[in-house]
Design a protein around this ligand. Structure first.
Ligand SMILES: NC(=O)c1ccc[n+]([C@@H]2O[C@H](COP(=O)([O-])OP(=O)(O)OC[C@H]3O[C@@H](n4cnc5c(N)ncnc54)[C@H](OP(=O)(O)O)[C@@H]3O)[C@@H](O)[C@H]2O)c1
Length: 266
C-alpha cells in the first residue's frame, strides 16, 4: 500500500505539534489528512479534510487517537462501531496499554502505542513506540517515519511504555521545573527575566549538546567540571547530602505510577 490516509481524533497540543512537524512529510508522501472540524481552530487548515468523527473513522487507514486518556470512555462506543481489520489505531494516550485497547476493541489487529513529547513542535521529541504483534509492518514503518519527522524514535516493549511515558512524555515538565528554579534564582540575583531565561536556556542547550555529542559517561562529564574543593564540588556535596538524586528518581517513579493508574481506570 503506497498512499495511506491519516485521521487525527483529538487535535489539542500534541496532535498540533505532530501535524505541524510532519506536514511536509505528509504532503511529500501524498498522505490524505483528516480531522474533526471542531478541534482544529488554531492550526493552518490547508491540506486537512474535515469530517464528523464517524465519517473520519470509516474513511481513514490510520486513526491517530490524541484525546485525553480520561476522554476515551466517552468515545468507546463510537470506536467499537468501526471495523478495524483493515485499519490501524495509533494511540498517544498516557497509560492506555495495548491490552486496554485489545479489551476495548474486538478484532483490532493493527495497534500501535506512541509516546511523544511536546518538543515535537521543534522537531526534538524523544518518541517511544510499542505495537501489537499482529501489526502490519507497512503501518509500523509509516508511523515510525511520521514520528521521525518530529524527533528521535525508539521501539520498546509495551510493558516499558509507562516508564517511558514518565521519562519522555512528562520528563520535559520536570526539566522545566529545574529551569524555573534557576530562572527565579537568577532574578533574585538581579537579572531581568529576559537575561535569566537567556542564561538558563544556553546552559540547558550546552548541557544537551554535550550529552548528545560526548562519548564520556555522565559521571565522567560531572567529574570533568569538578576541581578539589571548588565550587562544583561544594554544590554536588549539597546535592548528594540532601538526597536530591533519589528525590529526582521519585518524581519519575510517581509519574510512572500515575500512568499505571490511568491504564486501570475508565
Ligand atoms: N501534552 C503532552 O506533553 C503529552 C505528551 C505525550 C502524550 N500526550 C498524550 O496526548 C494526548 C493529548 O494530550 P494533549 O496535551 O494534546 O491534550 P489536549 O490539548 O487537551 O488535546 C486533547 C484534544 O482532544 C479533543 N477531544 C476530546 N474529546 C474528543 C472527542 N470526543 N472527539 C474529538 N476530539 C476530542 C479535545 O477537545 P476539547 O478540548 O474540546 O475537549 C482536545 O482538543 C493525551 O492522551 C496525553 O496523554 C501528551
Amino acid at each position: 500500500m503506497t498512499h495511506l490516509s491519516i485521521g487525527f481524533l483529538g487535535f489539542g497540543k500534541m496532535a498540533t505539534a505532530i501535524f505541524q512537524g510532519s506536514s511536509s512529510f505528509l504532503k511529500e508522501k501524498g498522505i490524505s489528512v483528516y480531522a474533526t472540524d471542531k478541534y482544529t481552530a488554531n492550526i493552518e487548515r490547508n491540506n486537512i479534510n474535515f469530517l464528523s468523527i464517524e465519517e473520519l473513522l470509516n474513511t481513514v487507514d490510520i486513526v491517530l487517537l490524541a484525546i485525553k486518556p480520561q476522554q476515551l470512555n466517552e468515545l468507546a462506543d463510537t470506536l467499537r462501531s468501526v471495523s478495524w481489520e483493515k485499519k490501524c489505531l495509533v494511540s498517544i494516550l498516557a497509560g492506555k496499554t495495548l491490552d486496554n485497547f485489545h479489551q476495548l476493541l474486538e478484532n483490532c489487529p493493527h495497534l500501535i502505542r506512541v509516546m511523544p513529547n511536546t518538543a515535537a513542535q521543534f522537531n526534538e521529541s524523544m518518541t517511544v513506540i510499542s505495537h501489537s504483534s499482529n501489526t502490519d509492518t507497512h503501518y509500523l514503518d509509516f508511523v515510525t517515519d511520521l514520528f521521525s519527522c518530529v524527533g528521535k524514535v525508539m521501539h520498546v516493549d509495551d510493558d516499558r511504555m509507562n516508564f517511558c511515558t514518565s521519562l519522555c512524555g512528562s520528563g520535559p515538565a520536570f526539566f522545566y521545573a529545574l529551569a524555573d528554579s534557576l530562572v527565579h534564582l537568577s532574578t533574585e540575583r538581579g537579572f531581568s527575566e529576559k537575561e535569566a531565561r537567556e542564561l538558563v536556556n544556553q546552559l540547558c542547550k550546552g548541557v544537551a549538546s554535550t550529552l548528545d555529542s560526548s562519548s564520556d559517561s555522565v559521571s565522567t562529564l560531572i567529574q570533568s567540571i569538578c576541581s578539589p574543593n571548588g565550587t562544583t564540588e561544594r554544590g554536588l556535596a549539597t546535592l548528594h547530602g540532601s538526597q536530591i538524586p533519589d528525590l529526582w528518581k521519585a518524581v519519575f517513579i510517581d509519574a510512572e505510577k500515575r500512568a499505571k493508574e490511568l491504564s486501570n481506570s475508565d
